[in-house]
Design a protein around this ligand. Structure first.
Ligand SMILES: Nc1ncnc2c1ncn2[C@@H]1O[C@H](COP(=O)(O)OP(=O)(O)O)[C@@H](O)[C@H]1O
Ligand SMILES: [Mg+2]
Length: 319
């Protein structure tokens, strides 16, 4: 459904070029949910923004590789073609709903605009679909809500409005960038349930960006683990949890509280931090933080290799 091939994103920074996404490849199949996992600063959001080219105006991003969708390469598509795809075929949900919602317009108007741009439906039908979708995402009093402004809603309600907006045109692909990170756990669980139900109803393919292994376990079939702008491991969710191969994935697992862990037992934080783009050495980008690192790891970049059917890892000494 969506094939990202050798994607590289470069920004000019202080006269030199940095690449926060550096040769990333993965696919999201039809009706599949793929998790994109990694610590903050690994390049997950930049990868997501590349698909619909949603970078801030000021940032002069240079993209190379290919992003294949529906028989074409989005990187080679013009702005008009992309505008036709955004929101209709591929929709995005962000961590912060106010990046998608306009504070100056009533909720109903913003949703109706989406359908107005992408469909020829008559006004009455559009309004009916907007109210129905708001009800579908669990918002009570939808008929009144359409007349309210985003600021009068709670964070959880805004997130639901944004999901409603994203799903209104029944997109084939939904890209969710940390959609529940800012919400408390109860609301988070409700929103994830909702997304699972909607996916079942609409057969949407989902790219679920998160740093939360719990979200991956609950929502995804496959996982792509990113580190410092590269894919370091990819497998099914079951394989990743049962047989994590890359030491970085191992470390992420140990940094996570388990239900059966002794109360009060310390979590193992990963020492150090993700090297900023352009500052990793020639070898494996995780080498400086890796308990298994040998000389070769610091000198030579390991290739991403298949270590079992459907399971790849970028490591000289995979588990
Ligand atoms: N517009 C931009 N210009 C320059 N650097 C950027 C820009 N956007 C993101 N970056 C850098 O790219 C790296 C990856 O960022 P990001 O994709 O947001 O990480 P993640 O979503 O995994 O937390 C960071 O080091 C960030 O500072
Ligand atoms: Mg991000």
């Amino acid at each position: 459904m969506l094939d990202i091939e050798n994607l590289k994103v470069e920004f000019k920074s202080h006269g030199r070029s940095i690449a926060p996404v550096d040769g990333v490849s993965f696919s999201v199949g039809r009706d599949q949910t793929v998790g994109l996992l990694g610590e903050s600063g690994c390049g997950k959001s930049v990868t997501a923004l590349s698909v619909l080219r949603l970078f801030p105006m000021a940032s002069k991003a240079r993209l190379s590789g290919a992003i294949r969708f529906g028989g074409r390469d989005l990187l080679q598509s013009g702005d008009d073609a992309l505008r036709g795809i955004r929101g209709k075929d591929i929709a995005m949900i962000f961590q912060e709903p106010m990046t998608s919602l306009n504070p100056l317009h009533r909720v109903g108007k913003q949703l109706a605009e989406m359908l107005g741009i992408h469909t020829d439906l008559p006004r009455g039908e559009i309004d009916a679909r907007v109210v129905a979708m708001l009800e579908r995402v669990g918002l009570a009093r939808a008929a009144q809500l359409v007349n309210e402004y985003p600021h009068s809603l709670s964070g959880g309600m805004r997130q639901r409005v944004m999901i409603a907006m994203a799903l209104l045109c029944k997109p084939q692909v939904l890209i969710c960038d940390e959609p529940t990170t800012a919400l408390d756990v109860t609301i988070q669980a409700q929103i994830l349930d909702l997304m699972r139900d909607l996916k079942r109803e609409q057969q949407t393919s989902i790219l679920m960006i998160t740093h939360d292994l719990g979200v991956v376990a609950e929502m995804c079939e496959r996982v792509v683990v990113m580190y410092a702008g590269q894919v370091v491991e990819e497998s099914t969710v079951t394989d990743l949890f049962d047989r994590p191969a890359h030491p970085y994935t191992h470390a992420l697992m140990r940094a996570r509280p388990a239900l059966d862990s002794t109360p009060g037992a310390p979590l193992t934080a990963i020492p150090g931090s993700v090297p900023p783009p352009g500052q990793a050495g020639p070898g494996c980008r995780f080498a400086a933080r890796c308990p298994r690192a040998q000389d070769v790891c610091r000198k030579e970049m390991p290739p991403l290799e298949e270590i079992a059917p459907g399971h790849t890892a970028r490591c000289w000494y995979p588990h």
